[in-house]
Design a protein around this ligand. Structure first.
Ligand SMILES: Nc1ncnc2c1ncn2[C@@H]1O[C@H](COP(=O)(O)OP(=O)(O)OP(=O)(O)O)[C@@H](O)[C@H]1O
Ligand SMILES: [K+]
Ligand SMILES: [Mg+2]
Length: 680
């Protein structure tokens, strides 16, 4: 289902990244990354020394050595910038193609007198009403207030199958930039210029408003502290060297400092985060923040809405079942009466079925009647007729309460009928006129395929799934069994969904919620990870911190893997980076002091050609390890489902020991090459 867009990095992206690597040398940009900023200061000083070797006092090294150090440092910076620019590249390219979708379109504004006026889409404001005909681009986000149409959303989702959107209910929101593929619709605009879904999507994939996650901030702080410590260490070496009568060159001290500070992770850190977000986007999920993706990596409980999330949500009336003593005709007519003014898809499907069964009702008969609209709170809808009759339909328990309050009796076969429908996974709606229940409407819905396997995978990862529905317990149980969720909560009102999330959170658990309806919006906002279905309402999409463009609730599984992978990759490369620096220490320190302190020979295990060669080799290794690790930073360390402890010890071993060993080999090889080429 997931469309993977632009898997490979195109030539343009790479070229743009090279250009951006130079742009990012701007110190105002660089200061956000303390480790690399220190490298930049070092680069500037060695540049000055290349121009005027005696700038900071007499020196014994030649200009060529200073130039070499300067160039290697410059490349260290460029490599780190390149990693970040490359990670940003795919999102920028995607943003560009989305911008083309956004290009100015004409809109047919419906005026007060009902006539049309052609205006530019950029002038549309909240509350404007527009009419869109077949083949036309929807000019702005909005809610359908009239009509039903199939919409081609491929410009946004990449998915070419059109989706049906209609007035009322959870499928009424349309997105600017998508196209009406059949029929026509009248839409009430819900956003002002610049705040549309497409605008937000462009900003997101482009990373325009990217903020560091708490985890990234903590790591950046740690790296800054390490850098400061090494700066102090290097500075205290100056008097020590003077005492030993060793002449330490400024450029050597800078080289040593850069080798010791964690430049590898410092250079790759932001690329890891951006690439993680980008991987989520490749799965057609829009994540509003990196924080949400990282939280997904630690999720314990997943709460799902039933209709529209676990099921397709196109609940259609399929049967009118009378209770004892009521004719089929009467229950059909009562159902029709209760639904003529119900603009939800359920309501319309009831009217359609009644019409098909030969029942119709003159508009004049219900003129002046008071409409009682469906709410998730009352779970009922209906009409108060002019003659005083109150027609209602709704969740069976809600209607039972309603008629009991009016002094009515509950028909003895109601439960049998309700149970039969519920056991089949359908939604039963009871129909009543005043205190008398006439029968039950059978609403059918279908469970989305493939859920069971994916919920089983979640279970294997230790994640509990809970279905939370406004439907009755029996229907809920049937659907829960069919979909394979662990637990369910039935007859839930919006506040019950929030309570369910809060309860888990109070137990210290991280909770993900998926939903599509306006009534899910508060719960989506309460959850640590709120994943809204793209098919759902604007309110749900605004409250959530992730949107699945394919409306597949199990997509969270992929996001969870990416979140875990992101955290693991960051940990692994940090371990590798710090372990690396240990090896560089052994390469450089003996080389620097060996003439003055022959005892250090014991430490000179690498036996490099000369002090200069040792320093330059370590510095070159320090630079090229960054581009060598870009593929891991971008793709992420492979995540395997195993216990967190085993995973940790495995990674510490691999990246810790690897981090110590690799530089020894790498530096030795570079030293041999430099020496062999007679460069040093
Ligand atoms: N148009 C309607 N008129 C009257 N009652 C309705 C209507 N639509 C739904 N209901 C009843 O109200 C209940 C709650 O509906 P709603 O669509 O809000 O469910 P929900 O809380 O979103 O849960 P889920 O989406 O998981 O089923 C339904 O189970 C049904 O019994
Ligand atoms: K380093
Ligand atoms: Mg719902």
């Amino acid at each position: 289902m997931a469309v993977e867009r632009k898997k490979t990095l195109s030539k343009e992206i790479v070229n743009q990244a090279i250009v951006d690597s130079f742009k990012k040398l701007n110190p105002a940009v660089m200061i956000k990354n303390p480790v690399m900023f220190v490298v930049e200061v070092g680069t500037v000083i060695t540049l000055l020394l290349s121009l005027a070797p005696d700038l900071f006092g007499s020196t014994e090294v030649g200009r060529a050595y200073n130039i070499a150090v300067f160039l290697i440092l410059l490349f260290t910076l460029l490599f780190a910038n390149f990693a970040e620019a490359l990670a940003e590249g795919r999102g920028k390219a995607q943003a560009d193609s989305l911008r083309k979708t956004k290009s100015d379109t004409k809109a047919r504004l419906v005026q007060k007198d009902g006539s049309y006026k052609e205006v530019s889409s950029t002038t549309l404001r909240k509350g404007d009403v527009v009419r869109i005909e077949i083949g036309e681009i929807i000019p702005s986000d909005g809610e359908i207030i009239e009509g039903l149409a199939s919409i081609d959303e491929s410009a946004i989702t990449g998915e070419s199958a059109p989706v049906i959107k209609e007035a009322g209910g959870d499928f009424s929101s349309v997105t600017g930039g998508t196209r009406v593929a059949s029929d026509y619709i009248v839409v009430k605009v819900t956003t002002d210029p610049g705040e549309s879904f497409l605008d937000r999507m462009i900003a997101l994939v482009e990373g325009a408003k990217r903020q560091k996650t708490p985890n990234e901030i903590a790591l950046t702080t740690l790296l800054a502290v390490l850098t400061l410590i090494f700066l102090i260490v290097i500075m205290t070496m100056v008097p020590m060297a003077q005492y030993l009568n060793v002449k330490l060159e400024i450029s050597t001290l800078i080289a040593l400092l850069v080798c010791l500070i964690p430049t590898t992770i410092g250079g790759l850190l932001s690329a890891i985060g951006i690439a993680g977000m980008d991987r989520v986007t490749q799965f057609n999920v829009l994540a509003m923040s990196g924080k949400a993706v990282e939280a997904a990596g630690d999720i314990d409980t997943m709460i799902l809405d039933k209709t529209g999330t676990i099921t397709f949500g196109n609940r259609m009336a399929s049967e009118f079942v009378p209770v004892n003593g009521v004719t089929a005709k009467d229950v059909t007519f009562a159902s029709l009466q209760a639904s003529v003014k119900d603009e939800t898809p359920e309501g319309r499907s009831i009217v359609e079925l009644a019409n098909k069964l030969g029942e119709s009702w003159q508009t004049s008969a219900y003129e002046g009647a008071e409409v009682v609209e469906f709410t998730a709170e009352t779970r009922m809808s209906g009409l108060n007729l002019v003659g005083g009759s109150k027609v209602r339909k709704g969740a069976v328990d809600a209607i039972k309460k309603y008629v009991t309050a009016l002094g009515g009796k509950i028909p003895n076969d109601l439960e049998t009928i309700t149970n039969r429908i519920a056991k089949a996974g359908g939604t039963p709606l009871a129909v009543a006129i005043n205190e008398r229940i006439y029968g039950v409407i059978y609403l059918k819905d279908t469970v989305k395929p493939g859920l069971k396997e994916r919920f089983a995978e979640l279970r294997a990862m230790g994640i509990k799934t809970v279905m939370c529905t406004g439907d009755n317990p029996l229907t809920a149980a049937t659907i829960a069994l069919e979909a394979g969720v662990d637990e369910f909560i039935a007859e839930a009102k919006p506040e019950d969904k929030i309570a369910a999330i809060k309860k888990e959170q109070q137990e210290g658990k991280l909770v993900a919620m998926t939903g599509d309806g306006t009534n899910d919006a508060p719960a989506l906002a309460q959850a640590d990870v709120g994943l809204a279905m793209n098919s759902g309402t604007m309110a749900a999409k605004e409250a959530a911190n992730m949107i699945d463009l394919d409306s597949d609730p199990t997509k969270l599984l992929s996001v969870i893997s990416i979140g875990k992978q992101l955290l693991i990759t960051r940990g692994a490369l940090t371990t590798f980076s710090i372990a690396n620096d240990i090896a560089k220490y052994f390469a450089i320190i003996p080389a620097m002091f060996i003439l003055a302190m022959p005892q250090l020979q014991a430490l000179n295990i690498m036996n490099l050609a000369s002090p200069e060669s040792a320093i330059l080799s370590a510095l070159i290794f320090n630079a090229i390890i960054i581009p060598l690790l870009i593929p891991i930073a971008m793709k992420g360390v492979k995540y395997r489902a195993m216990s967190a402890d085993r995973l940790l010890s495995r990674n510490v071993l691999l990246y810790g020991i690897g981090g110590v060993v690799v530089p020894f080999i790498g530096i030795k090889i570079i030293d041999m090459v430099l020496h062999g080429l007679n460069i040093v």
